[in-house]
Write a protein that binds this ligand. Structure first.
Ligand code: AP5
Length: 215
């Protein structure tokens, strides 16, 4: 399976992508995670990306396309899930060209949709484990271990770009730069599924499994 998960900040792309990757036994590549790791490691890519991420702006297309090309390696060898990429029509065209080099195509684009109020509520409550990257939500999906990660005991912290002002800008950037991709994919031959991402994590996952079959 070669799948793209699209949707606004906080809609649950990472949460659902992790579940699906585990079920299908394929890797998930999240450009946001890769960029945050580069920032933590203070690499040249991380230093360049940080100034965009801190403002809630998109990292330039050329930088992200290089990063995805490296991360995917030889995409024909296995399936994959892309979370948070592509995010612009230019990125989608770049992905299409990259896959065409390997003679393959996407199997599905899954668009997760939820009202903006719910996105803001989810992002405001998000906490991430500094040690293993597990994601929780203080009000909607808390760690069973309370203030620390239930998987590894690591400290939980708020993502820097989840500050309210940055989130407002991320939502604006999403509407302006990423939302046009929905029509682009809807007009393409790639199977495009629009899924309501409201309700619990389990509810959304069940909906997703009605369109993805990796058995
Ligand atoms: P990125 O990390 O991709 O951020 P995003 O797209 O804004 O998405 P989020 O990670 O905020 O949300 P999500 O949809 O994964 O939700 P999650 O599952 O965590 O990108 C960050 C930055 O990197 C960008 O702003 C940009 O600067 C740069 N970047 C990344 N990719 C780029 C690209 N391709 N091009 C250019 N720049 C790029 O869930 C959110 C919260 O809600 C969690 O707390 C979770 O526990 C909870 N939750 C999830 N589902 C549910 C549910 N059903 N019910 C209740 N709670 C739920």
């Amino acid at each position: 399976m070669r799948i793209v998960i699209l949707g606004a900040p906080g809609v649950g792309k990472g949460t659902q992508g992790d579940r699906l990757a585990e079920r299908c036994g394929i890797p998930k590549f999240a450009t946001g995670d890769i960029l945050r790791e580069a920032v933590r490691n203070d690499t040249p890519l991380g230093r360049e990306a940080k100034r965009y991420m801190d403002e809630g702006e998109l990292v330039p297309d050329a930088v992200v396309l290089d990063l995805v090309r490296d991360a995917l390696g030889s995409p024909s060898a296995h399936g994959f899930i892309l979370d948070g990429f592509p995010r612009t029509v230019t990125q989608a065209e770049g992905l299409q060209a990259l896959l065409a080099e390997h003679g393959i195509e996407l199997n599905a684009v899954l668009y997760l949709d939820a009202p903006e109020q719910e996105l803001i509520r989810r992002v405001a409550g998000r906490r991430v484990c500094v040690a293993c990257g597990a994601v929780y939500n203080v009000s909607l999906d808390p760690s069973a271990a309370g203030e620390v990660c239930e998987q590894c005991g690591g400290r939980l912290e708020t993502r820097e770009d989840d500050e309210a002002g940055t989130v407002r800008n991320r939502l604006r950037v999403y509407r302006e730069s990423t939302a046009p991709l929905l029509q682009w994919y809807a007009n393409s031959p790639t199977p495009f599924y629009e899924l309501e991402a409201v309700g619990s994590v389990d509810d959304v996952y069940r909906r997703l499994l009605t369109v993805v079959d990796c058995s």
